[in-house]
Design a protein around this ligand. Structure first.
Ligand code: FAD
Length: 305
């Protein structure tokens, strides 16, 4: 085992490189969900994330809500907000109009994605006849519209539609060469998969940051279902840790915090300095991870004006 002085995760904030964190939300569907959304945003904003992002529902179904949420986050908290944008099922003109709407609202960060067909990721993707062909094509289009900071997706276990590793990494490279600034990964639970992916990308000449997307396990069953759909493996050890905890929410939450903390701590020790946390619009595990990564709420000084 490494000595503490060789582990970045065991250094104080003063001695280790700054860790950067971003949080991802989805646009709430109901008034009750919206209340929880804003509660979470206001609890996480004081950690001063580099940015927070709000997803874009399948086929543009959340277009207005995504824009409303990112605009209000920026206005109310001062935190930079990124809007996700997909090109599935839409013409270039429609997608460009959404991007111009982001730009006009002062949103200069976009997470640019292809999206999935309405029948799910298992079905072949057929671009709209007048639409962007894929995420790389979309990034090129966005670059023509404005000086956005653009993130794209990366898949440490390969995208389910990538036939082999060469295609996977080629596709990542195409997106970055088209003008994206960084990649954010799909959730993964095996750190070696992520580290190997980064090695493959670097060997292919990719220099942009590949930020690990960390999924705290709020609900093991839900996450396992989602993982099966998006090609993320659930290792046996992980399933064992949550086995039998469906009706024990407190233990489930503690195990989830331990698993996520272990994952980010190992990555910090491997030299990773940027993290993207999938919050599912909930604050406790995201706040705990912020702590583990050394981020603090700013506590007002008693007596200060
Ligand atoms: P692309 O990078 O375009 O490619 C996906 C696959 O197609 C790859 O296998 C690639 O190899 C193959 N491919 C692409 N171009 C070619 C080509 N020219 N020839 C051959 N093969 C090609 N979905 C949403 O609906 N809304 C969201 O807000 C959202 N946010 C996300 C955020 C992150 C961080 C991640 C990781 C995913 C997100 N997704 C979202 C899911 C995403 O839309 C799906 O994973 C989708 O299946 C792929 O999108 P992409 O941008 O990676 O596609």
């Amino acid at each position: 085992m490494l000595d503490d002085n060789l582990r970045a995760s065991r250094q104080t904030a003063h001695d280790r490189p700054d860790l950067k964190i971003s949080f991802e939300f989805f646009p709430p569907k109901t008034d009750v969900m919206e209340e929880k959304f804003w509660d979470t945003v206001h609890k996480l904003a004081p950690l001063k994330p580099r940015f927070v992002s709000v997803t874009y529902g399948a086929g543009g179904s959340t277009r207005e809500r995504t824009l409303r949420m990112v605009s209000r986050i920026k206005a109310e908290t001062g935190v930079d907000a990124a809007a996700h944008l997909t090109c599935v099922g839409a013409t270039r003109a429609e997608v460009d109009a959404v991007a111009r709407g982001y730009k006009d609202a002062g949103i200069n960060r976009i997470v640019a994605l292809r999206g999935d067909p309405p029948e799910g990721v298992g079905q072949p993707f057929v671009p709209h006849p007048e639409g962007y062909q894929n995420a790389a094509d979309l990034v090129g289009g966005l670059r023509r519209i404005g000086n956005f900071d653009i993130s794209v997706a990366a898949y440490p276990e390969k995208h389910p539609q990538s036939p082999d590793w060469a295609s996977e990494i080629d596709n990542l490279k195409r997106k970055l060469d088209a003008g994206a600034d960084r990649a954010i990964t799909q959730m993964f639970f095996s750190n070696p998969d992520y580290l190997r992916y980064v090695d493959r990308a670097r060997a292919a000449g990719v220099t942009a940051p590949i930020v690990p997307g960390i999924q705290p396990i709020h609900n093991f069953r839900q996450i396992a279902n989602f993982a099966a759909r998006c090609g993320t493996a659930i290792p046996g050890w992980l399933a064992e840790r949550f086995d039998g905890l469906d009706d024990e929410p407190e233990t489930h939450a503690l195990v989830a915090a331990a698993v996520a903390a272990e994952q980010v701590t190992e990555l910090v020790d491997e030299g990773v300095t940027e993290f993207h946390i999938y919050t599912h619009n909930r604050s406790p595990l995201a706040l705990a991870l912020g702590r583990v990564l050394g981020l603090r709420h700013e506590v007002p000084v008693a007596g200060a004006a």
